[in-house]
Design a protein around this ligand. Structure first.
Ligand SMILES: [Cu+2]
Length: 245
């Protein structure tokens, strides 16, 4: 299958097969074109002198141009269609909400807890040494049950809506195994949604060179069963352990 090409990490997301499929067709089409163009070039080297300036030569200009136009139009349209289905439709209303914050040089994941609502955050309250790296306003009633984690845990088969933020520079939130990549931009909350469907452990990286510690800005996503996810949520609920790291 096209999702097991040797240079791609195994895909664990519902939409991943379509991306791998598009990638495979694009690379196949371009590799074929590359080979054909070079065969044509070499052949043309040996033919030039014999054929002269015949008008029929025009078709050798027109045909490749028409072919290329069709190929690029097909590539653009198929990519656009796939992009639109993945990115232009919002998440389902019952999608899980997780807020992701990038900071030099780590990722924080915040779950809204039992009330399904994130507590307010304020930039002036950000104080990592005091245990509040995201500036959560503890006086807000919705903040009490928020869970903050340094790894991302998601249940398999459930759509998740990620709100991606940064508190310093531009970071790139990247889960290769989920075919998910979205920049984290200061002052904005970027949303991306997907459905992990294969339990397992997937590296999370930063894909923007964000400073000297960029290379170690890594963590991981654990895709677990619905049951294991519920247990994790209960275990990490603030009334038992406080904010987890
Ligand atoms: Cu980064």
């Amino acid at each position: 299958m096209t999702d097991h090409i040797w240079w791609m990490p195994p895909n664990g997301a519902l939409h991943g097969a379509a991306i791998d499929h598009l990638m495979w067709w694009n690379l196949t089409a371009l590799t074929t074109l590359f080979l054909l163009a070079h065969i044509f070039l070499i052949a043309a080297l040996f033919r030039t002198r014999k054929s002269g300036n015949d008008l029929s030569q025009l078709r050798w200009k027109f045909l490749p141009l028409a072919g290329l136009t069709l190929l690029y139009a097909w590539m653009a349209i198929s990519a656009q269609k796939l992009w639109a289905t993945i990115r232009f439709q919002g998440a389902a209303p019952n999608a899980l909400q997780v807020e992701i914050t990038g900071e030099q040089f780590q990722w924080y994941f915040r779950y809204p807890g039992a009330d399904a609502t994130f507590g307010l955050t304020r930039p002036e309250l950000i104080n990592a040494p005091a245990g509040n790296p995201l500036g959560v306003d503890r006086t807000d009633e919705h903040s009490a049950d928020d869970i903050i984690s340094s790894i991302l845990i998601l249940p398999a088969g459930h759509e998740v809506d990620l709100g991606i933020r940064s508190i310093d520079v531009i970071h790139g939130f990247f889960i290769p195994g989920m075919r998910v990549k979205q920049n984290a931009v200061p002052g904005m909350e970027m949303h991306i949604h997907f459905t992990p469907d294969t339990p397992g452990d997937y590296p999370i990286l930063c894909s923007q060179v964000c400073g000297s510690g960029h290379a170690r800005m890594q963590t991981h996503l654990q895709v677990v069963s619905e049951n294991e996810y519920e247990i994790w949520l209960k275990k990490h609920a603030p009334e038992h352990l406080g904010a987890t790291k």
